[in-house]
Design a protein around this ligand. Structure first.
Ligand code: ZN
Length: 534
């Protein structure tokens, strides 16, 4: 702008500057929501104006603008509301171009839009409503000129296009694998790169529980009104069913949360402070929420629920009420459990068969498991570097039926399955979400339900109906891979929960065994089982 010497010009300049002066800073998300900044008024939620009363534990998270936050939560702790208000606050007061709010399924988007966004907009015409521009799409809102994108994670398409500065993962544990990579791609050009993960935990070392372990791990510690000592309730509430816990007990005729320092006073969930277990970790911020210290849940009701636990009700109790990860003992095999299947026989390189084989394609190598029946035992566990080695091995081990992972190198797999040694015996496998195994002898293909076949081969290992070769490096790796899968639940696009086997680490031998077990069952069902196969 050229300098203006006259009075009027200077006035115009002042006006231009005045227009650019930002309004009174609304402070952090908490101050903005509670309306405690100068001239502010609180945001109205479904239960009335926003307040921290009875939600004292939320004051600090609401004031937290750490760019990478992880919330491992129990139910009804206000985490989704906080994530939603963070989204609006960022879009209103930070210079972001887009916020991506992710749900496991598409259904979540509609529900969120109807039950959360619409009432919030209606009740807050001044603070929210007037900045919202109508769009026809349920997956896109324009707020203060910023794109608010709502997406399910089942189809990757939705995660590809528009740029974002902030990604929120709501119910992270129920999302499809690989969602993070796709979502982070959207933030490549962002100066913010904010991430907010929130979820009820499901199984240990998975999803939100694994994320939380990477953070500074903040727990809400309660201060004793009598002795002034601190107690972390989660540390004292014993997770083993049937074991007496000592933190929720009767004290002078009343069921209370007991101070673990003096053991003579009741704790008040409102009197607490967030304390990090690992304050040295600064790149990821984590909060753990539990209904153990909810003011909306009496200690009696928790004790009652604990006493009524069955194997069926235990996982939801630990995940949703206590806010901790939990796995039924038979949903994941321990390495020791698998190694206990080792018999005296050694891994062989030659056998007259008839044997059954399973082959999993990894990023670089082929993982192969070969077994023989009567009694069922694994005779070979190994890794091949080249496809050409597979037909030779199949011949040396007298393979009568093989199931080979068709992906990702379908052409190489097909070529090998049509080799002289394997033709007519090797099926290419594609996992699906159906219920039955479909063998296609004409094209030597098989479509198999991933969950059901994994259940079946899991039972074989769990019940010890298959023996392993004696302890050696390959067998130990096999056991490790078997330990690296666990069954849990995932939400589909209609919002239905289905059982799935999740990968918790390298699991190639586990899938090779799954394919081998399918081959074994095919041989057994073919009338072949009547022969003497020893
Ligand atoms: Zn005390």
């Amino acid at each position: 702008m050229k300098p203006r010497g006259d009075l009027f010009g200077s006035f115009i300049d002042q006006l231009a500057t005045a227009v650019k002066v930002p309004e009174v800073s609304p402070g952090n998300v908490g101050e903005w929501a509670a309306g405690t900044y100068q001239g502010g008024s609180p945001i109205v939620l479904d239960r009335g104006p926003f307040t921290f009363e009875r939600h004292e534990y939320l004051v600090e998270p609401y004031g937290d603008d750490h760019p990478c936050q992880v919330e491992r939560k129990s139910t009804q702790r206000g985490n989704s509301t906080r994530a939603m208000l963070r989204m609006f606050h960022a879009a209103r007061h930070l210079s972001m171009v887009g916020v991506l709010y992710l749900f496991p399924s598409k259904t979540g988007i509609g529900d969120f839009s109807r039950s959360r966004i619409a009432p919030l907009v209606e009740r807050n015409p001044e603070i929210i409503g007037r900045y919202l521009q109508d769009t026809d799409s349920v997956g896109l809102k324009r707020f203060n000129g910023v794109n608010l994108l709502f997406r399910g994670t089942k189809s990757e398409e939705g995660l590809r296009s528009d740029p974002a500065d902030f990604v929120i993962y709501d119910e992270f544990d129920l999302m499809a694998e690989g969602v993070e990579g796709a979502a982070q791609g959207r933030m490549e050009h962002s100066d913010f790169k904010w991430q907010h993960y929130l979820s009820n935990p499901t199984i240990p070392d998975f999803g939100i529980d694994r994320k939380f372990q990477q953070t500074d791990q903040r727990f809400w510690m309660l201060k004793c009104p009598s002795c002034g000592g601190w107690t972390c309730m989660e540390d004292w509430f014993n997770p083993s069913i049937g074991v007496d816990q000592e933190i929720i007990v009767e004290l002078r005729g009343e069921i209370v949360r007991l101070c673990m320092q003096c053991r003579n006073a009741a704790l008040d969930p409102a009197m607490g402070q967030w304390v990090a277990k690992y304050p040295g970790i600064t790149n990821m911020r984590g909060y753990a929420y539990s209904n153990l210290w909810s003011l909306f849940r009496t200690p009696e009701s928790i004790l009652e629920a604990l006493h009524k636990l069955t194997t069926r009700t235990a996982p939801p109790f630990w995940n949703y009420v206590i806010g901790s990860a939990y796995i039924e003992s038979d949903a994941r095999l321990s390495k020791e459990q698998v190694m206990a299947l080792c018999a005296g026989h050694r891994i062989v390189q030659k056998d007259r068969g008839p044997c059954w084989m399973g082959v999993d394609q990894g990023a670089r190598y082929l993982h192969v498991v070969v077994g023989k029946s009567w009694p069922d035992r694994i005779v070979y566990v190994g890794v091949l570097r080249e496809w050409e080695e597979l037909p030779k091995l199949a011949r040396a081990l007298g393979i009568h039926c093989a199931v080979i992972d068709a992906m990702p190198e379908t052409r190489a797999a097909k070529k090998v399955s049509e080799s002289e040694e394997m033709a007519g015996k090797a099926f290419l496998n594609w996992y699906n979400t159906g219920k039955v195994i479909a063998w296609d002898e004409k094209h030597m293909k098989v479509g198999s339900p991933r969950t059901e076949t994994m259940d079946d081969s899991h039972d074989a290992l769990k019940e010890g109906s298959v023996a392993l070769p004696a302890d050696c490096e390959d067998v130990r790796e096999f056991a490790e891979h078997c330990h690296n899968v666990a069954s849990t639940w995932e939400e589909d696009d209609e919002g239905n929960r289905t059982k799935v086997w999740k990968r918790l680490g390298a699991d190639h031998f586990r899938h090779a065994f799954n394919y081998a077990w399918m081959a074994r069952n095919r041989l057994m069902g073919s009338g072949f089982g009547d022969c003497d196969l020893s």
